[in-house]
Design a protein around this ligand. Sequence first.
Ligand code: HEM
Ligand code: HEM
Length: 180
Amino acid sequence: MKIDNQGYGQLAKVFHWASAFFIIPAMAIGIWWIWVDLDTDSGWEQFEQLIGWHANFGLTVIILMLPRLVWRALNSATASSENTAHLKKVAFAAHFSLYALALITPISGWLGSALDGVAFSYFSIVTIPPVFGTHQDLAAVMTSVHIYSSYALIFLFALHFTAVLYHQFWLKDRILRRMT
Ligand code: HEM
Ligand code: HEM
């Protein structure tokens, strides 16, 4: 993954935008659910209507993030910019955490359901069975991990987006060109 002043390599860009394309709607549906009371009939109905899409988007994120992480690990490079050494460390930590959470969140979401015995039909193409059997205690733990990691992911994404806007429009260093 080439990273220099000209920007990121083609593959890095494809991985970045493809993951964002699926993470953002998965997040949007999840954020919507935060305000929905799942203990009511209408709340449950809204959950059931969207869980298929939420899971499809989220499972696609896992498929994209695994090769993306392998690629990133093999092609590690430091983003070179006008930032101070301190700011570079902050950006690295934020990017590293985004990677970790973009994997932990969908995997724990899937495990939380799978360990509860739920099978998913991935875009009606293939059925993903609950391969690990039913373990309700572990399922509850995974669901909690999913909920808290998704909150952390939402927070970091907001920070990431704000940082990009700050660079683009305040510092005017045309950061978006490095990723487009
Ligand atoms: C990057 C991908 C994902 C993001 C950002 C995400 C985010 C969220 C958020 C914000 C919530 C609401 C938390 C709350 O109720 O307070 C949620 C709930 C849920 N998600 Fe995900 N999710 C992702 C992937 C997945 C996947 C792949 C699955 C399953 C295959 C899944 C299954 C669920 C389920 C079952 C709930 C309801 C949990 C409950 O309240 O009992 N999620 N997700
Ligand atoms: C509309 C939404 C988004 C915009 C405008 C955006 C923009 C950017 C830009 C301009 C960079 C390059 C920063 C630099 O030059 O140092 C970048 C890097 C990065 N972004 Fe985003 N991004 C978005 C969504 C996301 C999402 C949802 C994630 C979640 C995983 C994410 C994760 C990353 C990571 C990990 C990097 C570091 C580069 C890499 O190793 O691939 N971005 N983003």
